[in-house]
Design a protein around this ligand. Structure first.
Ligand SMILES: NC(=O)c1ccc[n+]([C@@H]2O[C@H](COP(=O)([O-])OP(=O)(O)OC[C@H]3O[C@@H](n4cnc5c(N)ncnc54)[C@H](OP(=O)(O)O)[C@@H]3O)[C@@H](O)[C@H]2O)c1
Length: 320
């Protein structure tokens, strides 16, 4: 199963660079054996800020449920919520990683429970949600984040591969919401954030399955926001740009090579901040959306992509 294909980045790489920059970048990438991967920059002025300035205790005693927190953005969010006092119930398929994240949060003085669950499986999602609700007293916040990539052209993709992307990214979000909502209706309040992607705005030749699935997430969120707004439940979609996680990082690449690669990738692909996001930065946006700071925001698609979908720096023939 293709769980970590390079989807959110690989096709940006060719789109924005000048010919010279592109040639030299791809040459360097090939030397590193990274021709299909994604890049960022080392200019992490924002990315390396610690989370220490976030308001302590915004989620004190709240029950926070996360799908897909064994790695990447979900893991960063689980840790950030726990640091702010939340009781975090999270899932993912890789039990060893799940237990490790749980242990790290508890060792740091937080509260978390890992429950193995596959978001494609109806009974597992229901059981996961109900167990989190029963352990932590309901579901105050849900972050429906589990997702996989796909990087194949339509004529090369099997029907099974297409279905797997939709089952994970779109149906998985539907299932999570289906079982979270009854707990929130009981409490007459709740916040749900679902991970879509900036890829919904930036189509790529090999992104049909992924973009379709992430647009579906937006559709589910908008519709559910209308349905449950009157009941005190807010839903928003988060659209991260390329983020430095296993989702885009080629397996086994040494840190130094990855840093070099990212440094070249950023200015060519992210007009604006000119670098990849860190998972912690995306997590910070999740906590913001889940907090009481945005009580009037629902049904929105919130882009956090360093400016990459804002537009492109263009050199006009007239020089204007
Ligand atoms: N990184 C980016 O550039 C980027 C950009 C935009 C959007 N996103 C989205 O952000 C989300 C998180 O991705 P990431 O970047 O943090 O990558 P990641 O490190 O690969 O994390 C993906 C998470 O989803 C979980 N997952 C995948 N399939 C699952 C399944 N069937 N059941 C349960 N959990 C499942 C994985 O856990 P297991 O493998 O243990 O099941 C893992 O915890 C995804 O929805 C992705 O589409 C990523």
């Amino acid at each position: 199963m293709d769980t970590h294909a390079n989807t959110d980045t690989s096709t940006h790489a060719n789109a924005k660079s000048g010919a010279t920059g592109r040639r030299s970048l791809l040459g360097g990438a090939a030397a590193l054996g990274l021709a299909s991967a994604a890049f960022g920059t080392g200019a992490h002025a924002v990315g390396t800020q610690s989370l220490s300035h976030t308001k302590a205790g915004r989620f004190q005693g709240k029950s926070v449920l996360i799908t897909g927190a064994t790695s990447g953005i979900g893991r960063a969010a689980a840790k950030a919520f726990a640091r702010e006092g939340a009781h975090v119930g999270f899932c993912g398929r890789r039990a060893e990683l799940g237990r490790q994240v749980e242990r790290e949060i508890r060792d740091a003085g937080g509260e978390a429970t890992y429950i193995q669950a596959d978001v494609r499986v109806n009974a597992q999602v229901r059981s996961f949600v109900d167990r989190v609700a029963s352990r932590y007293g309901g579901v105050d916040v849900a972050f429906n984040n589990a997702g996989i990539g796909s990087g194949k052209l339509p004529h090369e993709m099997t029907v099974e591969e297409w279905d797997d992307v939709q089952a994970t990214n779109a149906r998985g979000v539907f299932l999570a919401i289906k079982y979270e909502i009854p707990h929130m209706l009981k409490a007459q309040r709740g916040v749900i954030i679902c991970t879509s992607s900036s890829a919904v705005e930036q189509a790529r030749p090999n992104g049909a399955a992924y973009t379709a699935s992430k647009r579906a997430v937006q559709g589910i969120v908008k519709s559910a926001a209308l349905a449950y707004g009157p009941k005190g439940i807010r839903l928003n979609a988060l659209l991260p740009g390329t983020t430095d996680t296993a989702f885009v990082r080629p397996p086994g690449i040494p840190d130094a090579d990855w840093a070099t690669y990212k440094q070249a990738w950023g200015p060519l692909n992210v007009d604006g901040l000119e670098r990849m996001a860190d998972a912690e930065e995306i997590a910070r946006a999740v906590l913001g959306l889940a907090s009481d700071d945005f009580p009037y925001m629902t049904g929105a698609s919130v882009t956090v992509d360093g400016g990459s979908t804002a537009g492109r720096k263009m050199i006009q023939p007239s020089g204007t």
